[in-house]
Design a protein around this ligand. Structure first.
Ligand code: HEC
Length: 149
């Protein structure tokens, strides 16, 4: 069989395919398997970080979901702890008694609007619901038994 004969060329081509096909399969598969392993390892490394980030974000209360105590301690206490500027002092049942008659709704409306030296919302960025919680927190230390959602 001459190297130029069509029969030899078919033989050479067939031989090349026989050798090359499994090689191509093997080479084609191996990097894919490596990629999958790499992806899994990367996911495994990334996942705990993503979970930690979520866990770290969770305790930080978003505006609107802060407790009355958080709002009070962050803002209201500046005046109401000591009774600054004529603010009814938290825990002083005597000065709160006449105000408690307004009820939680009435006191909340008053605090939203502001009153004399009391700035609107106490100068805070509290939502109405947070303000009501803060008022319940301070009023309940001063003789009331309000419950705010
Ligand atoms: C800059 C000082 C100051 C801050 C801060 C402040 N208050 Fe006051 N607050 C006052 C003063 C002064 C009064 C008394 C107003 C009056 O009756 O003349 C008052 C009164 C009130 C009253 C009674 C209102 C009424 O109609 O009797 C409520 C309720 C109240 N504050 C809630 C809050 C809440 C809630 C916060 C925090 C978000 C807050 N205050 C922050 C000064 C303050």
């Amino acid at each position: 069989m001459s190297m130029n004969s069509p029969a030899y060329r078919r033989f050479a081509l067939a031989s090349a395919l026989i050798v090359a096909a499994p090689l191509a399969l093997a080479m084609g598969n191996r990097p894919k398997a490596d990629d999958e392993a790499t992806n899994e390892a990367t996911n495994a490394r990334i996942q705990p970080v993503a979970k930690v980030d979520l866990a770290a974000a969770a305790p930080k209360a978003a505006a609107g979901s802060r407790t009355g105590e958080e709002i009070y301690k962050g803002v209201c206490g500046a005046c109401h702890d000591a009774g600054v500027a004529g603010a009814p002092k938290t825990g002083d049942k005597g000065v709160w008694a006449s105000r408690l008659g307004l009820g939680l709704d009435g006191l909340t409306k008053s605090a939203i609007k502001g009153k004399n030296a009391m700035p609107p919302k106490g100068g805070s960025d509290a939502t109405d619901a947070e303000l009501a919680r803060a008022i319940a927190f301070m009023a309940n230390k001063s003789g009331a038994s309000f419950s705010a959602k």
